[in-house]
Design a protein around this ligand. Structure first.
Ligand SMILES: NC(=O)c1ccc[n+]([C@@H]2O[C@H](COP(=O)([O-])OP(=O)(O)OC[C@H]3O[C@@H](n4cnc5c(N)ncnc54)[C@H](OP(=O)(O)O)[C@@H]3O)[C@@H](O)[C@H]2O)c1
Length: 234
């Protein structure tokens, strides 16, 4: 049976490189993209590495999520991997109290509500196929050099979901795993293509992220830091 993965936000940045890396691993890759033209362009390029197909998916839009869940369930019922990669940072320079509610909500929709709804919708397939869910995430502890309020507060529930669902999968003895990976700082459009000694390129980040999917180890419930060690929250 064809190994099939859905990568959200697969049209550029880290998601594009994850898609490429998984194609090299022999996966059929469903490239989730919210924009048809950007998605088609990425898929046309990715087809050089294998079976890449476009699934239109705006994770900020519940109807779009429902539609994508239907398409995947009807046409790709062998799906065994979901990578929740699509994400936005919100304004990374404002202090917390400068945000208004709508700005926060927009960030939460993309970084948590969307991934929650999509994962819930695809869970029956992922369980049936003994699959994995991988969330691409960030540190949520404010740091002096990185204190992005909307970004961190929107990824925090995704991290909780990783731990909480991981625990429930174990308790319910469900044959599915969930894990999250923090790639560290990566030069992409999300941060104005930042540079620096500590900044990875997207292909390097994707190699790191995908390594935890293909190492045949059980990472259920883990949030894996950029140095490869699991994070323990107090
Ligand atoms: N870059 C870093 O330093 C870093 C570090 C840690 C974690 N991450 C995480 O890595 C993931 C990928 O980020 P990136 O750095 O690769 O950023 P990026 O280059 O800006 O790519 C973000 C991707 O998400 C998509 N996206 C945004 N909103 C969407 C929506 N509503 N529905 C569907 N897709 C949507 C974008 O699509 P469009 O092209 O249509 O905008 C794009 O494909 C994010 O979850 C981010 O939080 C990044």
């Amino acid at each position: 049976m064809t190994k099939t993965v859905l990568v959200t936000g697969g049209n550029k940045g880290i998601g594009y490189e994850i898609a490429k890396r998984l194609l090299q691993e022999g996966y059929r890759v469903l490239v989730g993209a919210r924009d048809q033209l950007r998605g088609e362009k990425a898929v046309a390029e990715l087809q050089a590495w294998g079976d890449a197909q476009l699934v239109l998916l705006d994770v900020a839009n519940l109807q779009s999520i429902e539609h994508a869940v239907r398409i995947v369930t009807d046409q790709y019922s062998e799906l065994s991997l979901l990578v929740n990669n699509a994400g936005i940072p919100g304004d990374m320079h404002k202090v917390g109290w400068e945000f208004d509610v709508e700005e926060l909500r927009a960030t939460y929709d993309v970084n948590f509500i969307g991934p929650f709804a999509l994962t819930k919708g695809l869970l029956p397939l992922l369980i049936a196929n003994h699959g994995k869910i991988q969330n691409v995430t960030i540190p949520i502890e404010p740091l002096t050099h990185f204190n992005a309020f909307a970004y961190a507060t929107s990824k925090a529930p995704l991290n909780v979901m990783t731990k909480s669902w991981g625990m429930s999968f174990e308790q319910e003895q469900l044959p599915v795993q969930i894990l999250a990976v923090l790639p560290g700082a990566v030069s992409t459009d999300l941060n104005g293509n930042m540079t620096g000694d500590f900044v990875k390129m997207p292909a390097e980040a994707a190699e790191f992220i995908v390594s935890f999917l293909i190492d045949d180890k059980n990472h259920n419930g883990q949030i894996i830091n950029y140095d490869g060690t699991p994070i323990v929250y107090g």
